[in-house]
Design a protein. Sequence first.
Lengths: 281, 312
Amino acid sequence: MTMAGHDRSGLRKVRLYGVLLALLGLMMLPFYTMFSSTFKPESEIFSAPATLFPSDPSFQAYVEVWSQTDVLLWIGNSFIISLGTVVLTLLLAIPAAYSCARNDFVGKRTFLLSVLVVQMFAPVVLIVGLFDVITQFGLFNTYLAVIIPAAAFTLPFNVWMLYGYFKTIPVALEESARIDGASQLQILTKIVLPLTKPALVASITYTFLYAWNRLLFVLTFLTDSAKYNIPRGVFSMVGALQTDWRMMLTVSVIGIIPLLILFAFLEEYIVAGMTAGAVKE
Amino acid sequence: MSLAEEYTEASEDSRLERGLAYVQRNSRAYLLIAPAALFLLAVVGYPIIETFRLSLYRSPADSTIETFVGLQHYVEIFDSDIFYRLLWQTGRWVLAGVAGKTVLGLLIAVHLKGDIRGRKFFRTAFLIPWGIPYAISAVVFRWIEHPQFGYLNAILLKLGVIEQGIGILGNPSIAWLGVVVADIWIGTPFMAIIFLAGLQSIPQELYEAAAIDGAEKWHQFRYITLPQLKSVILIATLLSTIWTFVSFDVIWTMTGGGPISSTATLVIHIYQVGLQNGNLGRGAAYSVIGFLFLLVFAIIYLRIYTRGGDEL
């Protein structure tokens, strides 16, 4: 390779990383404003124009937040709602997906396609009807009022994800286990599910995130502030006239830390889940 | 009884029998999908029917008495200026949002495609805005755009672009832009990840052949990348259109649809009318109109998804 060619590829690399870092910086900017504001004392956060760097960084906000807000309660509720949704969704999705992957029967195509349509049926256009149904069943102000709709709207993704994966597991494996005298349930829990781990992890992460992040159901079906989750808690701190920005941003930081840990460990599964419906191999 | 009648009766009988025998033979298959199917019927199917029913009734917020009014809600909606304003506001919201997400997503994906050191780090970092609560992103953007203490004003002042702090979210003519920026930020990672996966499935030989022919980078993008990525772009923008159309949490947390309803979209209006004002009937009628939009999107999606033979 000539010197000129070498220079050019080097230059291209510099430009490539330059653009990437610029894009990353742009996308990280909101996080910077959030984090940096939480390290400012009260007087600095309410000074105009804003200082771009905290002049005297302190952790004071992270000390006060536990006593001044209900952040611990909200996190606890977020876990209850997210884990409840995960359990309910999987209990419904695993049998359905397994049945579709292993059997051919009339109505299977209809079932799978209507499930796909449900995914498109955004909860917000259904919220008026849902509100009516939730109150009819006396679920208003219970965790189930949030868990049930969240499970319904994460079910499609779970069914399709697991269905696609179950199909790749050879039937021969199950048949040999059946000959050895294993029951249907044993086959599912001991042989099929362990092999499905990547799809299960993707499903669980997607469902967990969905339930953790959504405001709509909690806003509509839970008025009892003791059951607020993180998004609802943050929303409740937005005041009509006055907002305690320092506390609100600190709660926000704490509310996304569990998610950052999740991303760091499960990034590949999340990406696999995101691309499942859109990119056909 | 004529012979023909006897014959049809017999065949109907046996058809029923055959049907029952079929279900019995496949009983385990049906039993396993039954919980999921019934659950969806109860939690999604029933509310859909309930929404249609409610849209034919007038149900004042201060009473439990429903009066049947037929299609009156629809007539009133199509007669009102509000509806057409909502359509316009929803249209610009979706167009600007999807365009922004697509362009930014492509830009990120194209730059992440090659042999990048630390790609996993970059991919994870770019993913984060998509995966955190929308309400949190919304308050952060509210803070950035704060008329007095916001970072945006501080930066613009420092750069000398403006001389006085501006209040974006309080200004009816530009508030929607302040909100759509947040929505683009949230929706871009999904597009980037999908496009990246699509880019990685393009055969490398195509680029090598083009490079030998001396094609420039831009031409490679225009004549190889874009055509090869066509179906991925189609599906991703369609999904993004749906999600932007129904985006609720961000708008609700940033502006609640205001000021003077300038950031309200169709779904925001559904919530305001149906749940905030408690006018279930009118809210339901708006919801049905929302269904129709989603139905069109869903049909297109299913067409694309099931195209090219039996994939189930």
